[in-house]
Ligand binder design. Structure first.
Ligand code: PGA
Length: 251
């Protein structure tokens, strides 16, 4: 299980430092749950220092495919690795929506991340319109198969998937545990098909979209829900810690 906090564009230097410290103290020691926070790029260094000596891992929210070069304003997987990141969120719906990231672009980024031994948290999920048209599974299948095309992983710990229905992100509206489990099972089947049952059955599939201390336990109790990608609730250390503790109890 992995609980990852996506701080999005919400912290400056003092608030990021303070939040990192509060997360470490509220979360405490976990036995079976991995915990990560993904601050804005300008806070990566500071948060890395704060996390030193704790078991909370660092992640980034985005990167460009490739290594080095003339790409003004961008950072790459080797640069994030050198800055202490273990994870990188890729293909988030906000990136797809506002920055026109296609499945092919997401695929290139995942290949670069994996080549640099950064663990991609690959986000997939449908809009409300697509769900209401009964096409959610088709869309997520297409997103995932294209994103993972030619992505070699050798063990389950090299990859994380996050199912984030767009209509549940930041809206306070959550997928029901049944809706989540249904999609997670479909994702699981694709992972088993691509990577074999040994690896495919163990890759963590996170749920994301208005997960909070009130709904986490039920969502995390479902068979294929292997953690959470948390936006809003990750900005409050006690709420984030409550979700981590719900995950501990669900393992
Ligand atoms: P939310 O965001 O928890 O605020 O809905 C989740 C995400 O976008 O990763």
């Amino acid at each position: 299980m992995l609980i990852a906090g996506n701080w999005k564009m919400n912290t400056d230097l003092p608030t990021a430092r303070q939040l990192a410290r509060a997360v470490i103290s509220s979360v405490g020691k976990t036995r079976n749950v991995l915990v990560a926070v993904c601050p804005p790029l300008t806070n990566i260094d500071a948060v890395f220092s704060e996390l030193h000596g704790s078991s909370v891992q660092l992640g980034a929210q985005n990167m460009l495919a490739g290594e080095f070069g003339a790409y003004t304003g961008e950072v790459s997987a080797p640069m994030l690795r050198a800055a202490g990141c273990r994870y990188v969120i890729l293909g988030h719906s906000e990136r797809r929506q506002y920055f026109h990231e296609t499945n092919q672009i997401v695929n290139q980024k995942i290949q670069s991340a994996v080549a640099s031994k950064l663990i991609p948290i690959v986000c997939v999920g449908e809009s409300l319109e697509v769900r209401e048209a009964g096409k959610a599974q088709d869309l997520v299948t297409e997103q995932l198969r294209t994103a993972l095309d030619d992505v070699p992983i050798h063990s389950d710990v090299e990859l994380v998937i996050a199912y984030e229905p767009v209509w549940a992100i930041g809206t306070g509206r959550t997928a029901t545990p049944d809706q989540a489990q249904e999609m997670h099972a479909a994702i699981r089947a694709i992972l088993v098909d691509l990577y074999g049952s040994e690896t495919g059955r163990k890759v963590d599939i996170l749920y994301g979209g208005s997960m909070n201390p009130g709904n986490a336990a039920e969502l995390l109790s479902r068979e294929d829900v292997g953690g959470g990608l948390i936006g809003g609730a990750s900005l409050k250390a006690e709420e984030f810690a409550a979700i981590v503790h719900a995950a501990e109890n669900a393992v």
